[in-house]
Design a protein around this ligand. Sequence first.
Ligand code: RUB
Length: 316
Amino acid sequence: MEQLKKDISRIKSLEIQGAMNVALSAISFLSNYAKRIKCRNVNDCHDKLMEAKNILMNTRDTEPAMRNGLTFIMNKLRDCLDTICVEDVPSNIENFKKIYHDMLINSRMKIAEIGARRIPDLEGKKEFVVMTHCHSSLVTAILLEAKKQGKNNFKVIQTETRPRYQGRKTADELLDAGIEVIHVVDSAMRWAVNTMDVNLILIGADSITSEGTVLNKIGSRLLALVAHEEHVPFYVASPLLKYNPKTSFGILERIEMRDVEEIWDKKHECLKILNPAFETVSRRYIDGLITEAGIFASSHVQNYFEKIYPELIERD
Ligand code: RUB
């Protein structure tokens, strides 16, 4: 349990950040935990893993790709519990982890391929301007793929993303690949879209609801509203695995409220600081969701999710 607590603190502290990285890490932490624990029998093992799963699930509030992965692994284990012996549990968990891991990685590759087609190969002095917010490994995968395909006439405007500056990570990854980057503070978002001829806005997602609402880093809806005002296409790059199946049963996605000290360590009895990590972007502001199944309206997410990942449909 000590090691699991250390693993969890890496997610909570944002050392591991971004929905995709959080999901990949959480399933690995569960599998490693399965290799370390001593169990009397398979049921004992199952109970210990359920306890670890529940702790992992609560590390970040707005992360269904992680929750779907942990649920997938434990459902698979439950299905074979009567046919395996206690020594087989760790290898089975590792195998189920690998299946979900591959689903995530393959979806990222497919999204990069599909999304990169939206970045044109311009010739001469013409330039294509993409804008993004925060750090999304899906968005950077698309931009890096476009660059790899030899598309050189695009540049990226990105926001610094207060309070944890994830935008700097985006800038570093793109600069390393030789992509031109313009870095602005979050409050310059409207100014940048209005004055810098932005052609496409691309953000990632943490969660998608059954109505097609996307939850992503605080500031995402502001950017969507600016896109709407300035008539700039606004797309979200996300694997279907970020769909929260519980939302179709009326459960609302939670928005993580983070430690206020991330913003300001000032203490005053009349001062209240709020630090929401994410916010919602309604489907009416989203031109398309770029997924492993193609680009479509975000309101179709549930249909595609159930078609492509039937084993992830909620059973109750
Ligand atoms: C990161 C964030 C990212 C999404 C998508 O927030 O909002 O845009 O998680 O990331 P935080 P990815 O830094 O608080 O985790 O596309 O890599 O899954």
